[in-house]
Design a protein around this ligand. Structure first.
Ligand code: MG
Length: 380
């Protein structure tokens, strides 16, 4: 089998109401997709972080990929990595572009073999993956009614956990917001907070201590994503688990964080970290170091499917007779903020039941992409 063409799509879907996080306001949902075609009529879809999926792939990897056998994923990963490694681009768009291609290659390999991606990875440990709702962002005039209605809705839908943002407001206001959510959802559900790198270590410790009485399951990206010493400072000063890793790429960037135990929970992102090939390496390295792997997912059904196949194969940490989500089992992020892309490019959008997402059973990623919808969203 040979690769005959690569096409990139930059999708955009405006939001009716922008929402905010510690880095600013989000006016539209955006996703980059890659479509790879073969001489046997099998097509694969991949996803990369914005800016990685389109012309970057063609420009840097075109001659590596065209005419190559798409099933040869290990070799193609190395060849693509060599292209960006020497150019010092692997830490940014380069590895996101590798991720997009790699996911599409796994999709093709699965379709060619008649096996799902999780089957190709050696088979599933679980057929469904525990998920939590990501939402509860900042919106104009939101507090308390809109925010607390959203939290109550996730309870109603059967979620066992949810995540909100901190770092966008003064600490006292963020603490009030989180406390109000805890009050609405009760004591039995999991609640997580995500600062998206907003704080220096001292401020992260300050808010972390103020949140300790609210039974927070983890504090995500409290400090700069690359600052391993700041992570260690925060982790040693607060009682709640510390999570991070969505902004790191390749096993090389995760190495010191694992060796120095800078995380309790790592959240690699399949469309940034290096695709399915490299995320598997990262997940197994974390597992060996006693660090839970809870995949970061904020994208289209391509990313959701790729993450589900991976999460289905990640062993409990540590091995346990009856592993439970949040304790030994992986828990996956399930973005519930508005997205015309997430809901619009497959006939049936992913939906959870009782706090779990089923792992797709079809060949490859196991999803049918509506290419007309992709082209419509890419032309806006
Ligand atoms: Mg996050």
């Amino acid at each position: 089998m040979r690769i005959t063409s690569i096409e990139g799509f930059n999708l955009s879907s405006p939001l009716e109401r922008p929402f905010g996080w510690s880095n600013g306001w989000i006016p539209a949902r955006v996703v980059d997709l890659v479509k790879i075609e073969t001489d046997e009529g099998i097509t694969g879809w991949g996803e990369g972080y914005v800016g990685a999926g389109g012309s970057f792939v063609k420009q840097h990897f075109g001659d590596v990929l065209i005419d190559a056998d798409p099933r040869n994923r290990n070799l193609l990963w190395q060849q693509m990595f060599a292209r960006v490694y020497n150019g010092n681009n692997a830490g940014g768009f380069g590895c996101s572009a590798i991720s997009a291609v790699d996911i599409a290659l796994w999709d093709i390999a699965g379709k060619a073999a008649g096996l799902s991606v999780s089957d190709l990875l050696g088979g599933r440990i679980r057929d469904k993956v525990a998920v939590y709702a990501t939402g509860l962002y900042y919106t104009e005039g939101e507090f308390p009614t809109r925010l607390l209605d959203e939290a109550a809705m996730y309870v109603e839908l059967g979620f066992k956990g949810m995540k909100t943002k901190v770092g966008g407001l003064p600490i006292a206001e963020d603490v009030r917001r989180v406390a109000a959510i805890r009050d609405v959802i009760g004591d039995d559900l999991r609640l997580m907070v995500d600062a998206n790198q907003a704080y220096p270590a001292a401020a992260a410790i300050r808010i972390g201590r103020q949140l300790e009485d609210l039974d927070i399951t983890w504090f995500e990206e409290p400090v700069n994503a690359k600052d391993v010493d700041a992570y260690l400072q925060v982790k040693s000063a607060i009682s709640m688990p510390v999570a991070g890793g969505e902004n790191l790429r390749t096993r090389y960037e995760f190495k010191d964080f694992f060796a120095r135990r800078a995380y309790d929970i790592v959240q690699p992102d399949v469309i940034n970290a290096g695709g399915i090939t490299e995320m598997r390496n990262i997940a197994m390295s974390a597992n060996a170091n006693g660090i839970l792997v809870n995949p970061h997912v904020w994208g289209s059904p391509v990313m959701i499917a790729a993450s589900l196949h991976l999460a289905a194969t990640i062993p409990p940490c540590p091995p346990a007779y009856d592993p439970r989500p949040y304790e030994q089992e992986p828990v996956m992020e399930f973005d519930r903020t508005p997205s015309g892309i997430r809901e619009g490019i497959t006939a049936e959008p992913f939906d959870q039941q009782d706090g779990y997402l089923a792992v797709p059973t079809g060949a490859g990623l196991g999803i049918d992409i509506d290419e007309d919808a992709v082209r419509r969203l890419a032309s806006g």
